[in-house]
Design a protein around this ligand. Structure first.
Ligand code: TUI
Length: 316
């Protein structure tokens, strides 16, 4: 068993979070991860509070364990979603793609721990000052919206910068990644891509097939030219056209910002192999078979413990 303050504070068995993947992480997947001892997370992506309310009810009907909701801060519904989360007393809130400062008083008053995703030490310190319970420090190996630093460089620097728990994300796909993250100073991990192929994940089967087929160099980051909207996804004709459009002389930051949005849903819901934007992390090449959320978590824990127990093989 791994000892982590997260387990006691959040009432979870293992310090493993499932990432709030847009159009993918629903109430059914979150409940399966929570039932397996991790922290399942429902993605609020660009949906309104009605959808989130429904997904919270679905998760509650499938598990008695704690779970969270991820608010995507660029969404125009972020405010109404925050209110529903507070009303329904969801156990944990994570946030992504921005600064959640204006929602912190609401969650602090409702005693809901807030765990923002950060991509820099500066943002981690701002979040600590705003009353965040912990931060998820996410490196650019992750799928979806990403910052500039790698997990290897980001985690120890964030751990030195703040006195709240740090959860590592980005590039973690198995026990080796989890053990390394703990060695870098994190007290838990968040995995997205690895849970995308969970049997309980309702994403379109074409999405799962593409992850299972992917290798080490199958992902690319779009939106790098203007910054602020960089997204990692699988290479396909959508990503090639995106990068071509991005680097065309008449491209602007605005034209690039809105380019990929509709295509997330097209990938996750319709499985449109050519026109979809298949968000995925660099560890896609490590994911080779479908398994239940419980199998994924048990395997992860078993290998992490085995590696950490064997770590003194390096000491003479
Ligand atoms: O949020 C994610 N990944 C996502 S969200 C998403 S849906 C989407 N919809 C519209 C536009 C963009 C995305 C697809 N993938 N990951 C968490 C994450 N947050 N990664 C990096 C960050 C981040 C980056 C900068 C958090 C804070 C931040 O601070 C910027 C600031 O405000 O200074």
């Amino acid at each position: 068993m791994i000892k982590s303050s997260l387990c006691k504070d959040l009432n979870i068995k293992y310090p493993i979070f499932q990432g709030g993947m847009a159009w993918i992480a629903d109430g059914k997947l979150a409940a399966a991860v929570s039932n397996a001892g991790g922290l399942g997370i429902i993605s609020a992506m660009n949906a309104d509070s009605g959808y989130i309310s429904e997904q919270i009810d679905i998760a509650r009907s499938l598990t008695n364990e704690p779970f969270g909701v991820n608010i995507m801060l660029m969404s125009r519904y972020a405010g109404e979603v925050a209110k529903i989360i507070a009303q329904k007393k969801v156990n944990v809130v994570t946030t992504g793609a921005g600064n959640p400062k204006k929602y912190m008083p609401l969650f602090n008053a409702s005693h809901i721990p807030v765990i923002p995703v950060v991509a820099s030490t500066a943002m981690a310190k701002i979040m600590e000052r705003s009353g965040a319970y912990a931060v998820i420090a996410e490196g650019q190996e992750a799928g979806g919206h990403i910052g500039d630093l790698t997990t290897m460089a980001l985690i120890p620097q964030v751990c030195d910068a703040v006195n709240i728990p740090v959860i590592a994300a980005g590039g973690i796909g198995d026990g080796r990644g989890m053990a390394a993250a703990l060695m870098l100073g994190a007290c838990g991990v968040q995995l997205g891509t690895a849970f995308l192929v969970a049997k309980e994940c309702s994403v379109h089967p074409n999405y799962k097939k593409m992850i299972l087929k992917a290798g080490d160099i199958s992902t690319v980051a779009t939106g790098m030219r203007f910054g602020g909207n960089t997204c990692r996804c699988l290479k396909n004709s959508f990503s090639r056209d995106f990068i071509k459009a991005e680097y065309s002389p008449d491209a602007t930051a605005q034209s690039v910002a809105s380019h990929g949005l509709k295509a997330f849903k097209n990938a996750a819901v319709n499985g449109d192999v050519k026109g979809g934007n298949f968000l995925a992390g660099q560890i896609s090449g490590l994911i080779n078979h479908e398994a239940t959320a419980k199998e994924i978590i048990d395997n992860l824990m078993e290998h992490t413990v085995e590696l950490l127990k064997g770590a003194n093989k390096w000491i003479e």
